[in-house]
Design a protein around this ligand. Structure first.
Ligand SMILES: Cc1ncc(COP(=O)(O)O)c(C=O)c1O
Length: 364
């Protein structure tokens, strides 16, 4: 049978115009570009996983409601499973939020610079993006918030339907003050999504505000502090009505049985997770000192990464210089408002030493 010459159908016009996700995945000796955990979960986690894997009925579909996993996540936060939604990484959680509450005719607000996937996922789902800026300290001031809400209100009384916050904020590093989140919760006409991918590094969590704020959604992930980026598991905590709405846009059986099991077992090692976080906080201070010694300008960080300015040098050239020395960091210098900046993940002491040595050479 002859195959007709391909005349591919053009994708949706707005999809054709979307930029892709540009974060190079290359083989290097020192990988400090994606804010992953440098340490794996404890050996006991893998032993338990191996023991329990044999009991998984892979010939059957998984529990569609992922109830045992949601109960375990709920216990971690002292919440019932009706207030927990799980998905394949927090990116999928964010996508479900945009599918259920965004879409054509609706808008999502972001405070730049922030996590690039918030506006990206919003646009993929046909949601309009309303951009506001952080202040010089990379925080959200009254002025920025006021401007955003004024701008959004011109679209209609319930716009923006979604406000994205990120605390600690990626890529700038600082946690949002509690008063900022409270202020946004009071004034936003729709949902306020607080992305806490790095939440365990912060001295406070928006989870504390869940009671009494049915418009709040807190999003977390197993990818960072739980050392399980390869597992692809994240979750949202919210009012049961929001969780129910997220379920409506979710494909049946979206969380496989192995993931549900691994997620439940991981939560038994909360203590080990907090110990890893404490080690990273210590190591972050050493990394920041190293950057300062090289005459660079690191931004304050409440997370497992540090944004820094390379001064008068060309940030892209410094990034390439690092890559030539087999060290990969994130080049964010092309992002709006981040000219001259690179972002480095806190690694093991050996990885950070290798990074600092390579950086000293790359800077010349
Ligand atoms: C702020 C923020 N949210 C969400 C994610 C995505 O995490 P996940 O691996 O759970 O999809 C990241 C990953 O870098 C992130 O920095």
């Amino acid at each position: 049978m002859s195959v007709p010459a391909a005349t591919p159908l053009a994708p949706r016009r707005d999809v054709a115009l979307l930029p892709g996700y540009h974060s190079p995945q290359v083989e290097v000796a020192v990988r400090l570009n994606a804010n992953e955990a440098p340490e794996p979960p404890p050996g006991e986690f893998f032993e338990e996983l191996r023991r329990e894997l044999g009991g998984v009925a892979l010939n059957r579909y998984p529990d569609r409601e992922a109830l045992a996993l949601r109960e375990a996540v709920g216990r971690l936060h002292s919440l019932p499973p009706e207030r927990v939604y799980c998905a394949n990484g927090s990116n999928e959680v964010l996508q479900s939020i945009c599918l259920a509450y965004g879409g054509p005719g609706r808008a999502a607000a972001v405070f730049e610079p922030s996590y690039a996937l918030h506006p990206h996922i919003a646009r993929v789902t046909g949601t309009e993006v309303v951009e506001a800026e952080r202040d010089a300290e990379m925080l959200i001031g009254e002025r920025e918030l006021g401007r955003l809400l004024e701008h959004a209100a011109r679209r209609g009384p319930s716009s923006p339907e979604i406000v994205f916050l990120c605390s600690p904020n990626n890529p700038t590093g600082r946690a949002e003050p509690r008063t900022t989140v409270e202020r946004v919760l009071e004034s936003a006409p729709g949902l306020v999504v607080v992305d806490e991918a790095y939440g365990q590094f912060s001295s406070w969590s928006a989870c504390e505000l869940l009671a009494g704020h049915p418009n709040l959604v807190v999003v977390r992930t197993f990818s960072k502090t739980w050392s399980l980026a390869g597992l692809r598991l994240g979750y949202a905590l919210a009012d049961p009505a929001v969780i129910e709405a997220l379920g409506r846009v979710t494909l049946p059986y979206h969380l496989d049985s192995l993931k549900q099991l691994a997620g439940r077992i991981a939560l038994r090692y909360e203590g080990a997770m907090h110990e890893r976080v404490a080690r990273l906080v210590e190591e972050r201070a050493r990394l920041v000192e190293g950057l300062l010694r090289l005459g660079l300008e690191p931004y304050p960080s409440d997370a497992n990464f540090v944004l820094f300015k390379v001064g008068a040098r060309d940030a892209q050239a410094v990034w390439r210089g690092l890559l030539e020395r087999s060290v990969l960091v994130r080049d964010v210098s092309g992002w709006p408002r981040l000219a001259g900046c690179l972002r480095v993940t806190v690694g093991t002491p050996a990885e950070d030493d290798a990074f600092l040595a390579a950086l000293a050479e790359a800077l010349g």
